[in-house]
Design a protein around this ligand. Structure first.
Ligand SMILES: NC(=O)c1ccc[n+]([C@@H]2O[C@H](COP(=O)([O-])OP(=O)(O)OC[C@H]3O[C@@H](n4cnc5c(N)ncnc54)[C@H](OP(=O)(O)O)[C@@H]3O)[C@@H](O)[C@H]2O)c1
Length: 343
């Protein structure tokens, strides 16, 4: 049990992810929100952006106003390229301070890949190896050794949670995996209309970043820790809904490995985890089953082709794919209940 509350700053509090961080952290039993920061709208109340936020919270401020000596943790929910600059300024000066970065700045260990995919030269290369890429379910034993936590991307979270344990235990074929993911448009942030210029935004399903989505590098890196031989295709789609991701993953089980074995293995693997739900075989699944929760729900389904199975994995991109997982990571970092503030 913590003696004092965790003093927290949220940078990017007025964005889609930032607002979910504010909502969840304002109800977290061990957290005190000290500052809410953004670039614009300085001095405004946070409930200007979300009327459901009724609790008295700090007004929007600039980051320069923060006295970092009094802060325990900084959540960075900023566009790519910003967190690395800020953490570079603060990391060595305030050695008590911890960081959870929700952008891609510390996800890729190879800075040349970061430059290739994000078109930004990394300005804090020496800090990359001081950070941990953390899907909370996989890093519980080691997360406390780090002060910079790199929160994974939303699509990669939905994909790795079902697949990584199956790869590690050699239950599925490493080749020709097809990952077809669908996301609500909040995945692109509050300026989504500027990012996607296609017709009928709210009544169209749209395949984008065909064969070159940035998250491919992150998935490659993490799958590569298990085997360099894993091959997959990944295509994301935008669907006309605000939030939620459903990844449909087509793969082959290894010879003589039944679908029942795969289901019972995953159920057993995640049995002590609060947020992972393995459904009965062939259970239909939708993003509606996980909205506004930190859950990842998984259904393993048969197909007409022998050994070919489909795994459906659903998360809320803004919660398990961003703000919720960031808080789960914070809970692990501070050794408090993993589901504190996330029930
Ligand atoms: N959306 C998702 O589903 C999702 C999932 C996982 C990870 N992420 C990542 O999380 C981060 C935030 O995503 P988002 O969707 O919330 O983006 P967003 O809606 O565009 O919000 C960005 C936030 O950053 C603030 N900001 C921008 N530049 C700033 C600066 N120089 N100093 C201080 N504040 C600044 C913005 O405030 P102003 O309006 O005042 O500029 C806004 O509050 C991104 O890196 C994104 O890739 C997003």
């Amino acid at each position: 049990m913590l003696k004092n509350r965790i003093n927290t700053v949220i940078a990017g509090a007025t964005g889609f992810v930032g607002l979910d961080l504010v909502k969840l952290l304002s109800k977290h039993p061990y957290v005190k929100i000290r500052h809410l920061c953004a670039q614009k709208n300085i001095g405004k109340n946070i409930n200007y952006f979300d009327k459901t936020l009724s609790k008295k919270l700090p007004k929007i401020e600039r980051l320069e106003k923060v006295n970092w000596n009094k802060i325990d943790i900084l959540f960075l929910s900023l566009p790519n390229g910003q967190a690395q600059k800020l953490i570079n300024k603060l990391y060595f000066k305030y050695v008590h301070l911890k960081f959870i970065d929700l952008s891609a700045d510390f996800r890729l260990k190879d800075h040349t890949l970061y430059k290739k995919h994000y078109k930004i030269v990394h300005s804090a290369k020496k800090l990359i190896n001081k950070s941990i890429y953390s899907i909370s379910e996989f890093t519980k034993k080691e997360i406390n050794k780090f002060r910079i936590i790199s929160n994974p991307g939303c699509y990669p979270t939905s994909i790795q949670i079902p697949l990584v344990p199956l790869f590690k235990n050699k239950l599925i074929d490493f080749n020709n995996i097809i990952i077809d993911s669908k996301s609500g448009y909040s995945g692109a942030g509050k300026n989504y209309k500027k990012k996607f210029k296609f017709n009928n935004f709210y009544s169209s399903t749209y395949a984008y970043s065909v064969n070159f989505h940035r998250h491919i590098a992150e998935i490659d890196q993490e799958f590569g820790k298990v085997s360099k031989k894993i091959s997959f295709t990944f295509n994301p789609h935008l669907i006309p809904t605000f939030r939620g991701i459903l990844s449909s993953i087509y793969l082959k089980s290894k010879k003589n490995i039944s679908i029942k074995k795969i289901e019972s293995f995953l159920r057993n693997y995640y049995k002590k985890n609060h947020f992972i739900k393995i459904n009965k075989i062939n259970t239909p699944l939708g993003t509606g089953d996980v909205l506004n929760t930190n859950k990842c729900e998984i259904s393993i389904c048969q197909t007409r082709i022998s050994n070919r199975i489909v795994i459906f994995s659903a998360i809320d991109n803004l919660i398990k794919g961003a703000a919720g997982q960031a808080i789960q990571n914070m809970n692990l970092l501070f050794k408090i209940k993993e589901n504190a503030g996330l029930k």
